[in-house]
Write a protein that binds this ligand. Structure first.
Ligand SMILES: *[C@@H]1O[C@H](CO)[C@@H](O)[C@H](O)[C@H]1NC(C)=O
Ligand SMILES: *[C@@H]1O[C@H](CO)[C@@H](O)[C@H](O)[C@H]1NC(C)=O
Ligand SMILES: *[C@@H]1O[C@H](CO)[C@@H](O)[C@H](O)[C@H]1NC(C)=O
Ligand SMILES: *[C@@H]1O[C@H](CO)[C@@H](O)[C@H](O)[C@H]1NC(C)=O
Length: 648
């Protein structure tokens, strides 16, 4: 009976398919092919188990898609959608700054962004001009980019952790005509003053001494905004539509310097709306947002809920593990945002009353590891985890809408073609696509890890790829002849694995495994285990080369604030938790492991420094397998290992 229900569901949804741009022939072949080709009961079982989930997914997709079509037709932009929210409830709090308790109502946020718009017009900026924003997270940053967008000026959101070369690079490639920096970052601007284009006008937000302002040739922005008109800017100033550029977000790839990804209005809308509908947020929700506003998670998935759906968003300057739940209680938050590390840090905190006395029912984010998922939901009593996957620039987002532990999303097994994403086979070492006899990519079977790719259709805003500001970076992310001859697809660069029900699980980014004793060691898995053993300490695991030995020996850099590290106790626990080939051969105890968004880069440095004690002041240990203990590394031992006189 359930099988029949599932089939009628799948046939019923056929009529919806045209709406998704899936050709009839395809979808019919897909559905009928699935029905006839696999008459096994297994298929009906899977269909029955997943039909409800798929229907819900289809509903979400439909909602988002309909809204996008509506906005395309009416020529909406993010500012115009925001102004509807302002009209609806001008006095409702829009953004709250946690650090000071200051609140901006929708009306106030609108007025401030109008002032920004007039100030930008006064500078002679207009559609197509770019202005770099380099400030720590605070509501004014939103008013700035929103105000610029009101007159078609595009903001480049610069990571406030960047300094020197990387800062100069990001500002440089943006082609900005001006820069607004926060007074708190004046020192960092001083450092790159020489490399900034002389023609770039500079503005400082916040209090800065007149001397410093003068030496940086910067103007104080706040007085200018105070005296600017705060009525809506003239309609004629905004000549942009839903598919035009809104701002740039820098994405850090696994290699090289950050790339500027283009965010168009429709993409901003899509990411926020996808989250809103997929995780069933409500207009009266209050979101606790401690993620940086220069990334899409904080600025789109979080702030977007305020601008587009009228939710209140509490902006936290910087994540604090000890304040997290107290803040949530104080502001009556019902939704929190996370990245994986945040959950781990929260779990490592001592128990406090607020952690269960809050009203948070939903946590939205990505990177929650299966190893801490259930510990997180149980200890903090968070009813729903909304894990999602999707790069800013990628059109292949997926979301975990039904709380399946560990999954970052799903694709329908009944109608896989409705959402044209696929896992395809790649060479694991090189990440090269594997091609079949006809030159097409090879779809993965359930259980088989593969690269996530998304078919590209420039007509469809839900699935368009706007690329990077740099043409070169764009072409590297696109492959041709993937699903069929002549098509093109976006390569996510991430390896996922799908189970037989269509749930997708994150696998390591390429390069995050190494071979040791003929086995593949997953660095993230070992990191998860060690971190759990050590009370959620920061751990980075990587493989290092040893002369004359095949593969890579595992090394774990451990943040050891206490300096009380007990190697014997650690080894005992490791032996119980990890198979011999996955146990770290080398340990490196650092006062701290830098996790400011650049973990990957950090790892390459650690890897290069290896286990040579001359390269750092950190304590390094070697697992002497004969003696069954970790021994402190010195130059003599290092030489002995490199010369093969000590067996590993
Ligand atoms: C900073 O750069 C500006 C413009 O290039 C220049 O006029 C100014 O002298 C520089 N300031 C310092 C302290 O080097
Ligand atoms: C939180 O909710 C309580 C009870 O509904 C209310 O008294 C309080 O003012 C609220 N706090 C904030 C910051 O809105
Ligand atoms: C990805 O983007 C490309 C480029 O526009 C588009 O053709 C494709 O349909 C998109 N795929 C998905 C799954 O969103
Ligand atoms: C390890 O990975 C390689 C590909 O990189 C694969 O060929 C091999 O079968 C894997 N070995 C094991 C034991 O999983």
């Amino acid at each position: 009976m359930q099988g029949i229900a599932a089939v009628s569901v799948s046939l019923g949804s056929l009529s919806l398919l045209r709406f998704f741009g899936v050709p009839w022939s395809w979808s019919v072949v897909a559905s009928v092919g699935v029905c006839l080709g696999t008459t096994s009961w297994r298929y009906f079982y899977i269909a029955a188990r997943t039909a409800k989930r798929d229907l819900n997914g289809l509903y979400v997709l439909l909602r988002v898609k309909l809204a996008i079509h509506r906005h395309l037709r009416s020529g909406s932009t993010i500012p115009s959608i925001f102004s509807q929210q302002v009209a609806l409830h001008p006095d409702k709090p829009a953004l709250v700054y946690e650090a000071t308790g200051e609140t901006w109502t929708f009306f106030q946020l609108d007025r401030l962004s109008n002032a920004v718009a007039y100030w930008a017009l006064g500078q002679g900026w207009g559609p197509g001009d770019v202005v770099a924003l380099y400030l720590e997270s605070r509501p004014q940053l939103v008013a700035l980019w929103l105000g610029l967008a009101k007159v078609g000026v595009e903001a480049a959101l610069i990571n406030f952790n960047l300094r020197r070369d990387s800062l100069a690079h990001c500002v440089g490639v943006s082609g900005s005509r001006g820069i607004v920096f926060g007074a708190e970052l004046a020192d960092a601007v001083c450092e790159v003053n020489g490399s900034l284009a002389g023609s770039m006008v500079r503005f400082c937000m916040g209090e800065l001494s007149p001397d410093l302002l003068a030496s940086l040739q910067a103007q104080a922005l706040d007085p200018l905004l105070d005296s600017a008109p705060c009525l809506a800017p003239p309609k004629s100033a905004l000549t942009k539509g839903f598919n035009d550029r809104l701002f740039y977000i820098y994405t850090s790839g696994t290699t090289g310097l950050p790339k500027a990804a283009i965010v168009v209005h429709s993409r901003y809308f899509r990411i926020a709306a996808f989250g809103y509908y997929a995780f069933r947020m409500r207009p009266d929700d209050i979101i606790y947002n401690c993620l940086p506003l220069y990334h899409s998670a904080g600025n789109i998935m979080g702030v977007g809920q305020c601008l587009i759906f009228g939710l209140t968003v509490v902006v936290k300057k910087k994540f604090s593990a000890s304040r997290f739940w107290d803040d949530c209680v104080k502001h009556n938050c019902t939704v929190v945002q996370y990245i994986g590390e945040i959950c781990r840090y929260l779990l490592s905190q001592p128990v406090r009353a607020a952690e269960t006395g809050h009203r948070v029912r939903l946590a939205v984010g990505n990177g929650l590891r299966p190893s801490v998922w259930e510990a997180f939901t149980e200890r903090f009593r968070v009813a729903q985890v909304g894990e999602f996957y999707g790069a800013t620039e990628c059109n292949c987002s997926i979301a975990n809408m039904d709380g399946k532990v560990g999954a970052c999303g799903f694709n329908s097994r009944i109608l896989p073609n409705v959402y044209p994403i696929r896992l395809v086979r790649v060479e694991e070492e090189t990440m090269e696509l594997v091609r079949d006899g006809a030159g097409l990519c090879v779809p993965c079977q359930p259980g088989e890890p593969g690269l996530l790719v998304g078919r590209i259709n420039q007509q469809d805003p839900l699935r368009r790829f706007d690329g990077y500001a740099s043409q070169d970076a764009t072409s590297k992310k696109i492959a041709h002849d993937v699903f069929r001859k002549g098509d093109s697809a976006y390569l996510s660069g991430d390896v996922l694995v799908m189970d037989e029900f269509g749930y997708m699980y994150f696998r390591d980014r390429s390069g995050d495994t190494f071979r040791w004793r003929g086995e593949n060691v997953s660095t993230t898995e070992v990191e998860g285990t060690l971190s759990t053993l050590l009370g959620q300490t920061d751990v980075a695991v990587y493989g290092v080369s040893v002369s004359g030995v095949e593969g890579k020996a595992g090394m774990a850099a451990i943040a050891d604030g206490m300096a009380e590290f007990d190697c014997d106790e650690f080894l005992q626990k490791v032996q119980q938790a990890l198979p011999p080939y996955a146990r770290p051969v080398f340990l490196r105890l650092s006062p701290q492991v830098d996790t400011t968004g650049t973990f990957k880069i950090q790892k390459t440095r650690l890897q290069r420094e290896g286990f040579d004690p001359r390269h750092s002041t950190d304590r390094i240990y070697f697992l002497n397998s004969r003696a069954g203990r970790y021994e402190a590394m010195d130059e003599e031992l290092h030489r002995a290992i490199e010369e093969g006189r000590v067996s590993l």
